[in-house]
Design a protein around this ligand. Structure first.
Ligand code: PBG
Length: 328
């Protein structure tokens, strides 16, 4: 044990000025480690601000290409793409998700034609395509696990065909990673990365996202019947172990800030990289506080650094562009 005593040790010596503080800092933000989520819409012309997410937008296909160009210029090379679709495209089964010519597949192809080096992450879940807003297919008053698996594995193939680099199953159906991995192998997609939303809590923080993609639930069934209970952390190990066995390459924990303890456990106990998702509600909460002058915009790097400090290897955050513009 090191014994430290005053005045030999004065912790304040190393806090004297910003140059010294920078020299001894353990964690810094780097845009190469940030992933910008983007919403593409088949109803919007140009861009439309998302009312519950200040300064975040729904883009049409042309404007998303412009946005990506800007992001690339700022050094951001990875995006996560989410569709916002006309309600006539939605049904109980989310069947439009399986259409290889659907809006998202078409957008993906255009993005990859223009930016072949950009890494594109795509969610694998049915919520943008189901009338219920659920991530799976409803049957007998439940979100049916095994029926949904089949749809997710087919959807994974059409997305990979269209150019997705990383598939991110976010649905929390049991067995989905294995199903998707098998289907990828069968189709000779040996190098498609699976970023599993392994530890996804049922969270109120997803509210603004559901606004953004138009997936607010209308039925009485709760997403708590498939997403994790936020009172549990042992369960995180169970989910992670299943996903590793089934063939995941990267694990994700979300939301981020309420679950720093879980990020730490997963990153220390398993050898796969761990990502965290600073979700829509975390974003809107901070933006609203900044807009009301309750605190300044330094809360943005403060929260992100804490997520990296907990052990996250990269972070999906709506602040990615802001950091690249303001943090150098
Ligand atoms: C859909 C999905 C959700 C998020 C990512 N993928 C919402 C949900 O599960 O209802 C949330 C992201 C955010 O809040 O920013 N499966």
């Amino acid at each position: 044990m090191i014994t430290r005593n005053f005045p030999k040790t004065r912790a304040r010596r190393l806090r004297k000025n910003s140059v010294i503080r920078d020299l001894i800092s353990e964690t810094s933000l780097n845009q190469k480690k940030l992933i910008q989520p983007l919403f593409v819409s088949d109803t919007v012309k140009g861009v439309e601000e998302i009312s519950s997410m200040p300064n975040q937008f729904r883009f049409d296909q042309n404007s998303v290409l412009k946005e990506i160009e800007e992001l690339k210029g700022l050094g951001i090379n990875t995006i996560a793409l989410f569709p916002h679709l006309k309600s006539i495209k939605k049904d109980n089964e989310g069947s439009e998700a399986l259409n290889p010519e659907n809006f998202l597949c078409d957008t993906l192809k255009k993005i990859k034609q223009n930016f072949p080096d950009l890494v594109v992450i795509v969610d694998v879940a049915l919520d943008p395509y189901t009338t219920s807003g659920h991530d799976g297919i409803l049957k007998d008053g439940k979100v049916d696990n095994d029926l949904t698996l089949n749809a997710l594995s087919k959807m994974s193939i059409t997305l990979t065909h269209s150019g997705a680099d990383i598939l991110a199953p976010s649905d929390m159906m049991d067995g989905r990673i294995g199903y998707i991995r098998d289907e990828l192998e069968k189709n000779d997609f040996k190098d498609t990365v699976i970023l599993s939303y392994a530890v996804k809590y049922a969270s109120s923080y997803y509210g603004p996202f559901r606004d953004a993609v138009g997936s607010k639930q209308k039925e009485g069934i709760s997403k708590k019947t498939y997403q994790m209970d936020f009172r549990n952390s042992k369960e995180a190990r169970k989910e992670v172990e299943l996903d590793i066995q089934e063939g995941a390459d990267i694990l994700m924990v979300k939301p981020a800030l309420p679950n720093l303890d879980v990020i730490k456990v997963v990153s220390e106990e398993y050898d796969l990289p761990v990502f965290a998702y600073q979700v829509s509600g975390e974003y809107s909460m901070l933006m609203n506080g900044i807009d009301k002058n309750l605190f300044d915009s330094n809360v943005i790097p403060e929260t992100l650094v804490s997520i990296f400090r907990a052990g996250s290897s990269s972070v999906l955050t709506y602040f990615a562009k802001w950091i690249a513009e303001n943090n150098g």
